[in-house]
Design a protein around this ligand. Structure first.
Ligand code: ASP
Ligand code: MG
Length: 491
C-alpha cells in the first residue's frame, strides 16, 4: 500500500487533473490511498473571502465566492458525466450555499469572526477537492471512494493550527480505512480534522503533507509520495537564487530541519510520523513523471561536511540577551520564551547569553521581569536567517567557511545546539540574496552527482504554461495572503 498526496498546483486545471489520473493509473497495483489538497489557490482565495467578509465588504466577498464556485463547477463539467456529475454538482451547490449563508452572516455582523469559523471555511477547499477527485478517479481510473478525513483525524481545539491526537487518530484510521472500500482507491482531503466533539479544525497551512504522513504511518505504508509542481527538494528556493540543483536524498532530520528553517516544500511536522516507522517520503513532480524527485529516509551519507540545501527565513528580529553574573535569570528567561509558542524561537542559550528569534509579526514578549538579571540586550532588526542543512560533522569548520565567504557582511553565525544537521547565519535582510548566492557558490561548487541532479545554471522549476500562470498568480497574491494571515493576531 502507498499514500499519494497531490498538492493544489497538481489539481489546478483539467489538464493537470488528467495528468494526476495518469499517474494514479500507473500505481494502482500498489493500492494507493490518495490525499488531496484544495484545488489550485482555493485556500488563499477562501482566506481572502473571509477577510472581505470580516470587513463587511459584501460585494468582493461574494465575487471571491463566485470565482471559487465557477472553478469547481468547471472541473466537474469537464471531467465528469451523468450520475457522477449530478452527484458532485449537488454537493457543490449545497456546500456553496452553506458558505454563502455564513459569509452573509459575517458581513452583516450577525455572526462574529473566530478561529473556529476560519477553520470551517478553509476546510471547504479540501472537502470539495477530495470529493471531486474521488468522483473523477471513479470515472476514469477504476473504482474510487471518498472518505471524510474529519472522521479520522482527531485533533485538539487549537483552531488554525490544530495538533493531531495521534493514538486516537491512528486507531480510527486502522479500524476504518481498510474496511471503508475494499478494492477501491480511497480519496480523502488533507489538512482537515475535527475535535473530539466534532468541530472542524485544520492542521496549519500546508497541512496536507502531514495528513499523508499520518495515513502512511497508521497503515504502515510502503511509501508516502508527495506530488508537487517542483522536481523535489532543491539546493535553495529558486525564487531566491536561480542556479539551483535538485537534491536526490535527504534524511528525515535534514528534511525537518529544512522545513522548519523556511523551505516551504513540506509541512515541518510531516517527517515525524513517517520517521517513527521508517517509511520513506518521496517528493515527485506531477508535471515531469521522469524526474526521480527527492527521497527522504533514514539513511545518512557519510560524515563529510556536506551541505545539501540552504533554507531562508526573512523578517526576523534577533534578541541577544547577556548576563555575566545571573545565570538563573537567563535560565528563567529561556524557559519563559520557550513556552511562548508561535513566532518566538530560542536559538541558543548558554550561561552568559540567550539568543531569541522573533518573527516580524509576533509580539515582543514582556521581558521586564528579567531585567534585573541581565546586563545587556542587543536587538538586530530585519534579519534573514539562512540555514545550511546537511551532514555537518565539524560545525567549527563549516562556521569558518561561512565567515570567510561572507567576509565584509554583517553576518552573525548562530550555534543551534538543538539541531544536529544544520548551521544558521543571520544576515541583514537587504543582504540576504547576495549572501545566498555567495554561500551557494561556495558550498555547491562541486556537487556530487550521486546526491544532486546538477542543473548547469538553469533551474527547470516550472514546467507548464499553466504553472507559470499559477506561479505568477501566487506571487501576486502573496501580499494579500501575508496580510490576511494576520487575521488572528489580537489587535
Ligand atoms: N490547502 C491547504 C493550504 O493551501 C493545505 C495544503 O495544501 O496542504 O495551505
Ligand atoms: Mg493548497
Amino acid at each position: 500500500m502507498i499514500v499519494m498526496k497531490f498538492g493544489g498546483a497538481s489539481l489546478a486545471s483539467v489538464e493537470s487533473i488528467r495528468q494526476v489520473i495518469r499517474i494514479v493509473g500507473r500505481e494502482l497495483h500498489r493500492r494507493p490511498i490518495m490525499v488531496a489538497s484544495a484545488i489550485g489557490d482555493t485556500t488563499d482565495a477562501l482566506l481572502e473571502l473571509l477577510t472581505h467578509a470580516r470587513r463587511g465588504n459584501g460585494y468582493p466577498a461574494w465575487k471571491a465566492l463566485e470565482e471559487i464556485k465557477t472553478e469547481h463547477f468547471a472541473l466537474s463539467e469537464e471531467l465528469l458525466d451523468g450520475e457522477r456529475q449530478n452527484g458532485i454538482d449537488q454537493f457543490l451547490r449545497d456546500t456553496f450555499r452553506d458558505l454563502h449563508v455564513r459569509i452573509l452572516e459575517l458581513c452583516e455582523g450577525e455572526r462574529g469572526f473566530n478561529a473556529e469559523l476560519q477553520d470551517w471555511v478553509l476546510s471547504l477547499g479540501e472537502q470539495l477537492s477530495s470529493r471531486l477527485l474521488a468522483a473523477i478517479l471513479d470515472e476514469h481510473c477504476g473504482s474510487a471512494r471518498h472518505v471524510d478525513a474529519r472522521k479520522l483525524i482527531v485533533t485538539n481545539d487549537n483552531f488554525t493550527r490544530a495538533e493531531p491526537r495521534y493514538w486516537e487518530t491512528y486507531a480510527r484510521i486502522r479500524w476504518c480505512l481498510p474496511m471503508a472500500a475494499p478494492g477501491s482507491t480511497v480519496v480523502l482531503g488533507g489538512f482537515i480534522g475535527s475535535t473530539q466533539d466534532g468541530r472542524t479544525t485544520t492542521l496549519g497551512r500546508g497541512g496536507s503533507d502531514l495528513t499523508a504522513s499520518i495515513i502512511g504511518a497508521a497503515l504502515n505504508a510502503e511509501e508516502i509520495q508527495v506530488w508537487k509542481d517542483v522536481d523535489g527538494m532543491l539546493t535553495c528556493d529558486p525564487l531566491l537564487f536561480d542556479a539551483v540543483h535538485q537534491v536526490r536524498k535527504l534524511s528525515y532530520a535534514e528534511a525537518s530541519e529544512l522545513a522548519s528553517a523556511g523551505a516551504t516544500i513540506l509541512h515541518p511536522e510531516t517527517m515525524a510520523p513517517a520517521q517513527r516507522l521508517r517509511i520513506p517520503i518521496v517528493i515527485r513532480n506531477t508535471f515531469d513523471f521522469g524526474c526521480e524527485g527527492t527521497r527522504i529516509d533514514s539513511r545518512t551519507d557519510g560524515n563529510r561536511n556536506l551541505v545539501k540545501s540552504i533554507a531562508a527565513k526573512s523578517g526576523v528580529r534577533l534578541l541577544e540577551i547577556r548576563s555575566a553574573n545571573a545565570p538563573d535569570a537567563l535560565t528563567e528567561l529561556r524557559e519563559f520564551c520557550q513556552g511562548r509558542g508561535e513566532g518566538i524561537t530560542v536559538l541558543s542559550s548558554s550561561e552568559e547569553c540567550v539568543l531569541i528569534a522573533i518573527d516580524k509579526d509576533a509580539r515582543l514578549p514582556d521581558l521586564r521581569p528579567f531585567e534585573s538579571g541581565c546586563l545587556e540586550v542587543r536587538i538586530r532588526n530585519s534579519q534573514s536567517i539562512l540555514t545550511l542543512v546537511g551532514q555537518i560533522a565539524d560545525p567549527m569548520h563549516v562556521s569558518r567557511k561561512i565567515a570567510a565567504v561572507l567576509h565584509g557582511i554583517d553576518a552573525f553565525i548562530l550555534r543551534n545546539e538543538r539541531a544536529e544537521c544544520s548551521l544558521s547565519v543571520a544576515v541583514p535582510e537587504t543582504e540576504a540574496r547576495r549572501c545566498i548566492a555567495l554561500l551557494h557558490d561556495a558550498f555547491f561548487a562541486n556537487p556530487d552527482p550521486a546526491l544532486f541532479v546538477v542543473r548547469n545554471g538553469a533551474a527547470a522549476r516550472i514546467h507548464t504554461p499553466q504553472q507559470n500562470m499559477a506561479e505568477a498568480k501566487r506571487s501576486n497574491r502573496f501580499e494579500a495572503f501575508v496580510a490576511s494571515t494576520n487575521i488572528l493576531q489580537p489587535n
